[in-house]
Write a protein that binds this ligand. Sequence first.
Ligand SMILES: Nc1ncnc2c1ncn2[C@@H]1O[C@H](COP(=O)(O)OP(=O)(O)OP(=O)(O)O)[C@@H](O)[C@H]1O
Ligand SMILES: CC(C)(CO)[C@@H](O)C(=O)NCCC(=O)O
Ligand SMILES: [K+]
Length: 250
Amino acid sequence: MILELDCGNSFIKWRVLKSALGILFAEGVVDSDLALLESLRALDGLSLRRCRLVSVRTTEETDALVDVLEREFAISVVRATSAKEMSGVRNGYEDYQRLGLDRWLAMLGGFHLASGKACLVLDFGTAVTADFVGADGEHLGGFICPGMPLMRDQLRTHTRKIRYGDQAAERALSSTAPGRTTVEAVERGCSLMLRGFVLTQMEMARASWGESFTVFITGGDAQLVADVAPDARVVPDLVFVGLAMACPFS
Ligand SMILES: Nc1ncnc2c1ncn2[C@@H]1O[C@H](COP(=O)(O)OP(=O)(O)OP(=O)(O)O)[C@@H](O)[C@H]1O
Ligand SMILES: CC(C)(CO)[C@@H](O)C(=O)NCCC(=O)O
Ligand SMILES: [K+]
């Protein structure tokens, strides 16, 4: 079995594949290394042979996780690393090592799934990112802005009277009508910021590529924006698609 990990800033997305063919054995989202170990230990019939991971955490944090995995499961762990060029995609950053590895892998995955078409890759996590990859594989650059969790927390932190719980937040997002309570006003306001972001990115893509491009949407908050781009492909495991390309086994 293969363990795959996407270590983001707030959460670790994990999954276990039965074989290189990609048959899913188990998956989950956890908020700490310890919670990951607990989830894995609780799996009946787990027999890990390999692990590949991508991390946007510090080297020290990632080293610590790799150590504990290697010790606990006696497996070697392969990490995705930066590259100037891979699978037909050319990194567009001035310093290619500065580009977030989750963005890089999502681009590899998107360009592969788009079969040679230009693509716009949008990721809605703790941060929101957009990346543009031309039909020739040239990465034209992208954008980074705060995601839903950061926008919401900044408002809560820097105001006296914006206070509400997670359940109220979830209920508030059932509509985008103007809010009549604080929670509705904030949650819908932030969600509209993200939706506006999607529309702007698609306008930029159209300006460069006309109608011939594919939009990919991924990340934990993908569902908040998916309906403003009905033609977009929502691919929750896009980073994992790229991870398998960057860290192939055999
Ligand atoms: N099953 C889930 N577990 C955790 N968060 C989820 C889940 N489904 C949706 N979310 C939402 O996804 C967002 C986090 O997104 P995601 O997990 O893609 O990114 P992250 O790991 O926090 O950060 P990064 O952008 O660095 O990858 C949060 O706003 C959270 O509410
Ligand atoms: C932007 C995030 C936080 C998105 O997860 C990540 O890709 C990252 O830490 N990137 C490094 C900075 C950059 O991509 O320019
Ligand atoms: K991510």
